[in-house]
Design a protein around this ligand. Structure first.
Ligand code: PLP
Length: 401
């Protein structure tokens, strides 16, 4: 799946051509193309795969993913514009808390396929806006399930959060939606978690979603057509070679749908992390190496202003070392062998740490640390300009045609 050697060679050869410290994101578009195709291929025809743009909104990424997904899930007017500039007709789902009137109008004008409703007030506001424009908005109600699966890194449901509509208020929302003239209630949206790595538990979560919709059809004596189970499928940051067993998952999903889904339902996934995480790498050269009070610190050209995820999650980001043998200075090279080291960035804050106290066979000033799994929620969630250091380069490994 990952083309690690190609990425390592690209970085190593780039370094031979430059004296200044290297700092770069590498996006392996060929790897991304193959991976996205392999995610959509085993899905049954009643299942649609959307890409959740917020995981990585880089244009090259969007263009590479596009042929292998049904469409895009966007969570702001800005993401909507980005997608529409590149793809005038691709199906788009518009979601996210706190939609403004301007964003709802833009979504209607952009002819989005579905709008996810986050509250009763938003539902009424959308119907009013759609009525003014003599159109009808196709909507899903976002349900904050009382019982959503546990075991993911982030949870948006199953506990009080700002997301979706409390399951206990859904009956009221359905009555209002069915009574409002300018919204067309198509079904429900259940995005509840992020970075869920347990295949079996994720299937159980989907089963909960299907039962919810089956029960709603009984209670309201009307069919619904869309069951959006959201994103949230995860990767193993602590063991990046361990995959989420997607082929097995897709086969089991097929069986689950045969048992529990109505034929007239379309099931939607809107995946972010699983699509792009493994296709992005962040390379940062070691600028300094020292031992303070018994702990080794490597200072990198770069840091959490480029890759904030490990700081946000208080985790060690997976990495490997690309050795660089050239050493231009006429003094000894600062080096460590078989020690634990903390990988810090160039910012003036002790929070600028990408991995803490991790074992390392050899690390020298001038070597390059290559962080893996940096293609989702990497550059996109980072605060690029704190301290005004230069941005990283962006290197794209083009897809083969
Ligand atoms: C962020 C988000 C996604 C994508 O989540 P991943 O964990 O990256 O798969 C999908 N749907 C909604 C509503 C989101 O907010």
């Amino acid at each position: 799946m990952e083309r690690l050697n190609t990425v390592i060679q690209t970085i190593a050869s780039r370094k031979t051509k430059q004296r200044s410290p290297l700092c770069a994101y590498v996006y392996d578009l060929e790897g991304l193309r193959a991976h996205t195709a392999s995610l959509s291929a085993p899905l049954p025809p009643s299942v649609q795969l959307f890409y959740a743009v917020k995981a990585n909104a880089d244009e090259h990424i969007l263009k590479t993913v596009a042929p292998h997904v049904t469409g895009f899930e966007v969570a702001s007017g800005g993401e909507l514009q980005k997608v529409r500039r590149l793809f005038s007709d691709a199906p788009v789902i518009f979601g996210g808390p706190g939609k403004t009137d301007e964003e709802l109008i833009a979504a209607l004008e952009a002819r989005v396929a579905l709008i996810h409703i986050e509250s009763l007030w938003e539902l009424q506001r959308l119907s009013w806006i759609a009525a003014e424009r003599q159109t009808t908005a196709r909507v899903l109600l976002r349900v904050n399930l009382r019982q959503a699966a546990s075991g993911a890194t982030l949870h948006m449901a199953g506990k009080p959060t700002q997301f979706g509509i409390d399951e206990r208020h859904i009956a009221e929302a359905i009555y209002i939606a069915l009574a409002l003239p300018s919204v067309d209630l198509q079904g429900f949206h259940f995005h509840s978690m992020s970075n869920h790595t347990d295949e079996q538990a994720h299937l159980s979560f989907i089963e909960t979603c299907l039962s919810f919709v089956a029960q709603a059809e009984k209670t309201y004596r009307r069919p619904f057509s869309v069951v959006n189970v959201g994103g949230g499928v995860g990767i193993h940051y602590s063991d990046p070679d361990r995959p989420f067993h997607w082929d097995w998952f897709a086969k089991e999903l097929n069986l689950l749908l045969r048992r529990h889904a109505s034929r007239h339902w379309t099931v939607i996934f809107e995946l972010g992390r699983l699509i792009t995480a493994h296709s992005g790498y962040y390379a940062a050269e070691v600028l300094d190496l020292k031992n303070n009070y018994g702990t080794y610190f490597a200072i990198l050209r770069g840091g959490t202003h480029h890759l904030r995820l490990p700081a946000a999650w208080k985790m060690n980001h997976p990495f490997l070392i690309i050795p660089v043998n050239e050493w231009p200075y006429p003094f000894d090279r600062p080096s460590l062998f078989n020690e634990r080291v903390t990988l810090a960035g160039e910012l003036c804050t002790p929070n600028d740490v990408l991995a803490r106290d991790v074992p390392c066979a050899r690390l020298r000033v001038g070597d390059i640390v290559l962080f893996r799994c940096a293609g989702a929620y990497g550059w996109d969630i980072s605060h690029h300009d704190f301290l005004s250091h230069p941005h990283p380069e962006f290197i794209y490994l083009e897809p083969s045609t």
